[in-house]
Ligand binder design. Structure first.
Ligand code: NAD
Ligand code: GLY
Length: 368
């Protein structure tokens, strides 16, 4: 393989499904980044109407040196389009171009494009190779890594999908230059998450560098993306299909998914809902006697400094009941009992049930 300039490589060890996460500036246009992928004639870039004009052409040019044909599929942009109808646009294009089972899909975009492209790759002809090329901070630190793919259902977030690992993840930090500030904050939510669940030293580092991260300082961003990917690779390497440990990556997500579904997908960004959800999950951990008030406050302050909401939205007049109803369709729920990721000591997370009355109190405390 030709030398790739200025790249960090984080391995993800999953036996025959192992792959590398490449992190660096200006990777998209580097020929060597794409050189030794699976053999095949065709590449299909799946992207959306916002990202296509920014990055599809440089990627297409780089891939053209490696593949005989390169097609591009442009999806509508937005969480509200993460559904069957949009997924079908990918299959329409693959079949329309007579793509064979050696075709490699390239997911160029944020988590929405990545999750849908991964699901399309998992199911087209029962599985074709795919590469994640995440262009949002959130996708670079979380969604592109670990092989969770899927779409939303009107009754629940990410309810239809598959575990299907990419063959490579290419995080080009230069693509973050065009990201709207609100999306940078959304990505910071998933970065902050890794501190309380796995690495308190990283939480200290994020606190010390939060202003630099918000300002997109390249050195700070490189460290944050790399450390986040290392932690995620460590978790996924031990529990690829979420038999247990991997659920800790959903800290804040049970409340967050209820916010997203309750408000309607796309109203709050996923990262905003997760940021606020972490504050709610921290309060719950405190109510269960697991987390001290000082750490709850520390986390709340950090989430706010990242530019994220810390008060939950009201979803209905019977607000707590509505949250509880939505949280019962969470994937972690067992027989209708909601399971929460809580912090049981700093840097360590666990799964717990909680009485509805306690959860309702937390919702009342945390909602606007
Ligand atoms: P997104 O994919 O909607 O992207 C956010 C916005 O930024 C979109 O409008 C997009 O077009 C735009 N955009 C993307 N790259 C850009 C760039 N470089 N410059 C300018 N604009 C750009 O949202 P997201 O936050 O990336 O991902 C959220 C999704 O990821 C949710 O659906 C969530 O469920 C999913 N997710 C999945 C996993 C997983 O493990 N698979 C983990 C976390 C989140
Ligand atoms: N974002 C949660 C997971 O990948 O498991």
């Amino acid at each position: 393989m030709q030398q790739i300039s200025q790249v960090a490589e984080v391995p993800i060890a999953l036996g025959e499904r192992s792959y590398s996460i490449l992190i660096g500036h200006g990777l998209l246009g580097q020929e060597a980044v794409w050189q030794d992928l699976r053999p095949g004639n065709a590449a299909v870039i799946v992207t959306n109407s916002t990202v296509a004009p920014l990055y599809a052409e440089p990627l297409r040019q780089a891939l053209q040196r490696r593949y005989k044909v390169v097609h591009t599929v442009v999806l509508p942009d937005g969480e509200q389009h993460k559904n069957w109808q949009t997924l079908n646009l990918i299959f329409d294009a693959l079949l329309g171009h007579q793509c064979d089972r050696k075709t490699t899909l390239f997911a160029l975009g944020g988590g929405v494009v990545g999750d849908m492209t991964g699901f399309a790759a998992a199911s087209y002809m029962r599985g074709v190779p795919f590469v994640q090329v995440p262009t949002t901070l959130l996708a670079q630190v979380d969604s592109s890594v670990g092989g969770k793919t899927g779409i939303n259902h009107p009754l629940g977030k990410n309810m239809v999908g598959a575990f299907y690992q990419p063959h490579r993840v290419v995080c080009d930090l230069a693509t973050l230059d065009t990201l709207p500030p609100r999306e940078v904050s959304a990505g910071l939510a998933e970065i902050i998450k890794y501190g309380p669940i796995a690495d308190m030293a990283f939480l200290d580092w994020i606190e010390a560098n939060i202003d630099a991260l918000v300002a997109r300082d390249p050195v700070a961003l490189t460290h944050a993306v790399r450390r986040s990917c290392e932690i995620k690779a460590w978790v996924v390497g031990q529990d690829e299909r979420e038999a247990g440990l991997r659920a800790i990556l959903n800290f804040g997500h049970t409340f967050g998914h209820a916010i997203e579904a309750g408000l309607g997908y796309g109203e709050w960004l996923h990262g905003e809902a997760v940021g606020c959800g972490m504050v709610m999950a921290a309060h719950l951990s405190q109510r269960l006697g697991l987390m001290d008030a000082a750490l709850v406050q520390r986390l709340t302050t950090l989430v706010a400094r990242a530019g994220l909401p810390v008060r939950g939205p009201r979803l209905a007049t019977n607000n707590a009941e509505r949250y509880l109803e939505l949280m019962r369709v969470d994937k972690k729920a067992e027989g209708g009992d909601i399971r929460f990721v809580v912090i049981d000591s700093p840097g360590r997370a666990a799964m717990r049930g909680a009485p509805d009355a306690v959860v309702a109190e937390v919702i009342d405390t945390c909602c606007a």
